[in-house]
Design a protein around this ligand. Structure first.
Ligand SMILES: C[S@@+](CC[C@H](N)C(=O)[O-])C[C@H]1O[C@@H](n2cnc3c(N)ncnc32)[C@H](O)[C@@H]1O
Length: 219
């Protein structure tokens, strides 16, 4: 009884006070494992989701063009590896996918991507020991209480001109998560995609410090 009351009080506190401030909510690992075993994230392979990935890939491609070699990529919450699957035609120098679900990582590894490693890791705790040209988070950063704090921890892992590419669907209080991130990082580009079913995603690119915007279309 007391346990149930405490649970509902915490839920209410989250809904009324924390979520509107942009605090994300973690999914328990046991739930994630069950979801991956049941194939719930198979929906990410559908046409409905494709535009979100392709805009993200377009950004990776754009920033890779300024490098002399293929990019080094870090994927926070990589799931079963849909991003590298769609990115494969563009190639990469190295790709590291992190996910806290053992089952997701097992499925991603089974695809046998080149120059890639998949790690079971919580991106709130992981400390990278290498540099990346793009650090990507597709539909994963809203699962932590403080998304901006996570990105701040990864700034040291960005190469000199490295970027964060973050995608979130427009849902709940995700706008507050963006506001929190944008207090610390400058948006250097952003795109909204909406599918036929009316689901929209914001895909935003961030870099540390102030960078001049170039190549803007003049109205
Ligand atoms: C909706 S899925 C998206 C998967 C993948 N990014 C994609 O778009 O294909 C969100 C993923 O984030 C992972 N995730 C959530 N919180 C995490 C954390 N703190 N550390 C690592 N992975 C996390 C989940 O396990 C899940 O696989």
């Amino acid at each position: 009884m007391i346990k149930a009351a405490l649970y509902y009080a915490q839920k209410l506190n989250y809904k009324l006070f924390l979520a509107p401030k942009g605090y994300g909510m973690a999914i328990p690992t046991a739930v994630l494992e069950q979801q991956y075993k049941e194939g719930i994230y198979g929906f990410l392979d559908s046409l409905d989701e494709r535009a979100n990935y392709m805009v993200t890939i377009g950004y990776i491609h754009h920033f890779a063009e300024s490098l002399k070699e293929a990019p080094r990529l870090l994927d926070l919450g990589c799931g079963h590896g849909r991003l590298p699957e769609l990115l494969a035609p563009f190639s990469w120098k190295s790709y590291v996918g992190l996910d806290k679900s053992v089952e997701a990582i097992k499925q991603a590894e089974a695809a046998g991507f080149n120059n890639s490693k998949f790690l079971v890791a919580d991106f709130e705790e992981y400390t990278p020991d290498e540099k990346f040209d793009c650090i990507v988070s597709l539909g994963s950063i809203h699962y932590v209480p403080d998304a901006a704090a996570v990105l701040k921890c990864f700034t040291g892992a960005l190469s000199e001109n490295g970027v964060f590419i973050v995608s979130l669907w427009r849902h709940g209080h995700n706008a507050a998560i963006w506001r929190n991130i944008e207090k610390h990082f400058e948006v250097i580009d952003s795109t909204v995609v909406t599918n036929k079913g009316g689901v929209s995603w914001d895909i935003k690119v961030f870099r540390n410090g102030k960078q001049p915007l170039t190549g803007n279309r003049q109205s």
